[in-house]
Design a protein around this ligand. Structure first.
Ligand code: TYD
Length: 137
């Protein structure tokens, strides 16, 4: 069981023969103000990225194309989400270890973030993460 609050959001979807359309807005589908967007692309099939936690940053992850898995770990329990549709968004709270695995060839991950880029906000080592949970959080 997961002790942290994460949610897979089904985004609005306008089905149209000309092509479907989905969207996300601050405090509606995305539970924070978006300060930054970045995207991961040209990932070789099967590759992994992003084994880290943020002390303050929150994220909202969308598989714009293709598929990948997001594994979330709060130090006590782990949860895996398969993102494989452009109308799913995964909310990742701050202070959670997250990995992205199993990228399909030609997948594109869009990540909406609650803070500007700040290297000091990263915890990149899992042992450091466990220590941070215990003493610094
Ligand atoms: P990083 O978040 O470390 O990706 P991963 O955990 O998947 O390896 O980002 C890789 C590099 O990109 C990092 O060293 C700095 C740069 N970067 C920015 O300059 N701005 C950003 O918003 C992000 C996300 C990364």
């Amino acid at each position: 069981m997961c002790h942290f609050e994460t949610k897979l959001v089904t985004l609005p979807k306008h089905t149209d023969p000309r092509g479907n359309l989905s969207f996300a807005e601050n405090f509606k589908q995305v539970p924070f103000v978006i300060k930054r967007a970045y995207w991961i692309y040209d990932v070789p099939g099967g590759e992994s990225r992003g084994g880290h936690a943020y002390k303050e940053n929150e994220e909202f992850i969308i598989a714009l194309s293709g598929s990948f898995d997001v594994i979330l770990d709060d130090g006590t329990s782990k949860k895996c989400f398969s993102l494989n549709r452009s109308y799913y968004g995964l909310y990742v709270p701050k202070g959670v270890w997250r990995e992205m695995d199993n990228f399909s060839t030609n997948s594109v991950a869009l990540i909406l973030s609650s803070t500007p880029y700040n290297e000091d906000d990263y915890i990149r080592n899992y042992e450091d993460y466990k220590t941070w949970l215990q003493y610094e959080r």
